[in-house]
Each structure stands twice: as structure tokens, then as C-alpha cells.
Design a protein around this ligand. Sequence first.
Ligand code: NAD
Length: 392
Amino acid sequence: MIEPKIRGFICTTAHPAGCRENVRNQIAYIKKQPATKGAKKVLVIGASTGYGLASRIASAFSCGAATIGVIFDKPASGNRTASAGWYNTAAFEEFAHAEGLYAKTINGDAFSDAVKQEVIQMIQKDLGKIDLLVYSLAAPRRTMEDGTVVSSVLKTTGEPYTNKTIDLKNRSVSDVTISPATEEEIADTVKVMGGEDWQAWIAALDAAGVLDEHTVTVAYSYIGPSLTHPMYLNGSIGMAKKHLYETAQTLTARYPNVQAYISVNKALVTQSSAAIPIVPLYISLLYRVMKQKGTHEGCIEQIYRMYHTMLFVDPPILDTDGCLRPDDWEMRPEIQEEISRIWAILNNENLEQYADIDGYWEDFYQMFGFHIPGVDYQADVSAEVQIPSLSE
Ligand code: NAD
């Protein structure tokens, strides 16, 4: 039996049967929607959890695409379970192969030249070219080619910023002050989460001649309402996202066969967003308000709607800055006005009434394969699961 073990923002165990069910549910959702006439040969960087996994599932099961996924996950060893992304990927390949869909995975550091070359060889051998690259990396650090490690920080810029935050474990709200990042920390965060590595991927793929004459590439970003701006949009991570946006423009201008987009996605519970101060409180209010209005979506609903109604339509539906905006429902005035109203009066007495803390925790557990309806958690289960293409 495998049980959740929570340490700070993460769960150090993952459940293979739960993760498999999670992937199966996402595929089932996609199959209920109309198919998408989209990309056919897709590379997803950061394909094992969150938005990247949803992109791989939507590519395969809505567009019928062959997929190569780059992941950075751990298999089970000793008495440790594998990471959730490992189990998700094993399940994804199993379901894709069962339908005759090509699906292979490379487990390694996407920032490295070695992994880029490995992917290129795989494309050359199996697919010839790709027509979509989804860049969905969320990493706390990056190892440079000379071995130096650069870390990203989640801080504000300019002045210290104080606002409410949630302690999810104790289900309480308190004030937190975020200190500003130094110039060096901002530059490092841009190195890790900005567009440099995305551009390096496109440059390497282009030099190897494995980009289709009409290649689309998409990277993910977040904007959110003004109450999160000091922490996100104008914080160190926002500086990296600004660089990502500029990179999209550079790529489109530099490569005649490449159209690069930023997709601004909804705030959701993922392993990455759980670590950002203030944002989890906002997410728990957002979940409550959007569920009440019947417009709540998870990663798979977001990516499907982005693919089907914004990206793979002719012409793509973009905002005035040229971005895809599946965060449109989150940003609706009636949603944001309600959150602002609640935010102003929120305290420890009314927190449970306004914040969807249970919904937050359910999503959190489910990311690691726990609390998934229909899974027998009392049953004996082996933590050792193979990813088919990695054991060939
Ligand atoms: P996530 O943590 O679920 O996914 C990150 C993925 O990157 C995982 O598959 C992980 O294995 C992979 N990864 C990390 N380091 C790697 C490395 N060195 N090499 C290869 N793979 C590596 O996070 P997510 O929230 O889905 O984030 C994906 C993107 O979406 C990010 O750019 C994030 O900023 C953006 N985004 C997230 C939200 C949100 O609320 N979660 C909202 C809008 C945009």
C-alpha cells in the first residue's frame, strides 16, 4: 500500500494506479469532445505533469498526433515510489500504444545539449520532422553546460510587498511580506524560466532540419489579476515570462517556418504553482467562484479549449498582444470583481466560507495519484512501473 507523505509544498510519494486513472480520465474527457484538426507530430518539453501532460494528451487523443515527450522524472528505487510524472508517462504511453499512436519519451534534463541531440536523433529516425513544439517546462533551477547551477526565485521586484497568504496545512490566513529579488536573482530567474532555452531548442531543431515548413511552437505563461501582480507579473517570475514573450516574437521573426505563440493559461494547482506565496490563496478563491459559476476548468479542459477554439483554427484567435488566452474565463470581470470583494474582507473567521480549501487539497492529492475515485487504495500495488519506450 502506498500512502501520501506531504513535505511542505510537495508529496514525496505517488500512487501508480491513481496516476494511471488520472491519465485515463483526461483521455476520456478528450475523447468526449470533437476531434481537433491540428498538429500530427508533436514534441512536448515538460510532458509529465500539469499543462505539459495535458498538452501531450490533447495532441495524441484530440489531434491523433505522434508524440515525443521530454520529462525529468524518477523511477521507483528501494522503498521510494517513482515520481508522479513517471507513472503518468508510463500510463500515457500504455494508452497511446493501445490505440496505435506513436509515443516515445526521453527522461533527462531538457536544458542540456545532450537531451536536445537525443531528441533530434529520435525525430530523424522515427518521425522525420515535427510540426508542433510545446514548451511547458517549470523548473526551479537550470544546470548550464559548464556545470554551473542557476536557480530561479519567487520574489517581488522593487519594494517589499505585503499581502494575505494561506497556510493550507493549518487552514489559516495571515500576512506575508515578500522581499524583492536582487538584480542577480532576477537575471537568474530569467535564465531558468525565460525564453533562452526555448530558443535553443528551436535553433537546434532547425539546424538539424527537423522542423516542418509550418511549425507551430507554444510556451505557457500567466498574467492574472492585479492583486497577484506584485508577486507574479511584476515579480521575478514575471520578468522571466516577459522574456518568454519577447522570445516568441524573436522566433517568429527569425525562422520563416516557425510561428511562436504564448498561451496565457489559467491559475491552477500544480507542483509549480503550489510553491508561490499568495497565489495559492488566490487559487482557492478562484476555484470557489468559478465552480459556483460553472466555469471551472483543469489543465486538460484548458488545453483542449486552447487547441480546439484558439490555436488550431484559421486564423488563430489571439489577443491584441498576439497571445492565446485560455485564461479568458478566469479574467472575466464578474469573476475578478467577486474575488476582489472577498479578498478585502477575508479573515480566519470566514476563510472556509469563501476559499475552496478542500478543492485545493483534492487537486493537490490527485496530482500524486491519491484521492482518485474508483481507485482501490487498500489493494497491493507495485511501485515499480516501466515506461514502455524507456525499457525497449
Ligand atoms: P508542472 O510542475 O506540473 O510541470 C513542469 C514539467 O516540467 C514537468 O513535466 C517536469 O517534469 C518538467 N521539468 C522540470 N524540469 C525539467 C528539466 N530540467 N528537464 C525536463 N523536464 C523538466 O508545472 P505547470 O504548472 O504545468 O507548468 C508548466 C508551464 O505552465 C510553466 O511555464 C508555467 O509557468 C505555466 N503556467 C502554469 C500555470 C499554473 O497555474 N500552474 C498557469 C499558467 C501558466
